[in-house]
Design a protein around this ligand. Structure first.
Ligand code: SAM
Length: 288
């Protein structure tokens, strides 16, 4: 008698397959893939663990398991990623939002006034996760979000529309501040960015899941990791109003050099904030 493919059996099979392929934490991957194929949460899988799978569900899982077995990140396969309080569409060609970037957003929100309208610029917006978080967590914030990559801008726009934030977030394609209207100079309350910041020589040592699947335009920060940052600093200083805030995520080894660059450009109150695993990660500064 042929054995029925139940949730339990497919979870075990996928876990074994991914384990053989050397994928980290194969059980967790199996749970995410099966939950995605069945359209339920990971917890719900266990509520009906002996449920038989349909042929179409098994077909979806054959394809997604094969992709995961090559090391492709889960978020590209399931097409979604959680960031702070929201769930975002995500797709190959655009950086997957990271937990450390949540610190960048929380630091910026905490340092901003809560009772006045704020014009914010999110440079290098990617999927739009920073811009959408700011807008959804503070209804007085309006964001211009820019990215050089057309794929990123299209995805950011999809996220803005899906999250119902189009009144607050405007996505524009182009190099850093170049697509922005001229009349913003001196009026901006926050310039925030998670630019490409991995030093080029560190890139080749990154996990295959990152370097083989995520776009190098989103990662490569040049020889010292500060190539894009150096271009952002003078622009941010010109764009900000007096008292405006600059918040930027950077590579752990670059924060001291970055602080010096920001100070030389005229920023004050420069401080470095650690991420969730106590690595220096975020630079905060003010235009005084
Ligand atoms: C590290 S990712 C950050 C994505 C997103 N903000 C996040 O936190 O997940 C950097 C982004 O910068 C974009 N980028 C690279 N160079 C740029 C430039 N010169 N101007 C605007 N965007 C750029 C990339 O396309 C990528 O989406």
């Amino acid at each position: 008698m042929t054995e029925v493919w139940t949730t339990r059996r497919i979870l075990e099979w996928i876990e074994g397959y991914l384990s053989e392929k050397g994928i980290d934490n194969p059980r967790l991957s199996a749970q995410w893939l099966v939950a995605d194929a069945l359209g339920c949460s990971r917890i719900d899988l266990y509520a009906d663990i002996d449920r038989p799978l349909s042929e179409s569900e098994r077909e979806v899982l054959r394809e997604s398991t094969k992709r995961r077995g090559t090391g492709e990140p889960l978020q590209y396969i399931t097409g979604t990623c959680d960031f702070r309080f929201l769930s975002y569409f995500i797709e190959p060609g655009v950086l997957i939002p990271r937990p450390e970037t949540e610190v960048l957003v929380s630091e910026a929100l905490a340092a901003l006034p809560k009772d006045e309208e704020i014009l914010a610029l999110d440079l290098c917006t990617g999927s739009g996760n920073i811009a959408c978080s700011l807008a959804s967590e503070n209804p007085l914030i309006h964001v211009f979000a820019t990215d050089l990559s057309p794929e990123a801008c299209a995805l950011a726009q999809r996220n803005v529309d899906h999250l119902g934030l189009s009144e607050q977030v405007l996505v524009m394609q182009g190099d850093l501040g170049s697509p922005l209207p001229d009349d913003i100079y001196g009026k901006v309350g926050l310039v925030i960015s998670n630019p490409p910041y991995i030093p080029s020589n560190v890139l080749s040592g990154l996990d295959a899941e990152v370097k083989d699947f995520e776009p190098s335009l989103a990662l490569d920060g040049g020889p010292d990791g500060l190539e894009v940052f150096r271009r952002i600093v003078p622009f941010a200083h010109d764009a900000l109003r007096t008292g405006g805030l600059f918040a930027c995520e950077l590579h752990e080894g670059c924060l001291d050099a970055a602080a010096e660059i920001a100070q030389k450009a005229g920023f004050t109150g420069v401080r470095i904030v650690e991420d969730l695993v106590q690595k220096p990660r975020v630079l905060i500064a003010q235009k005084s």
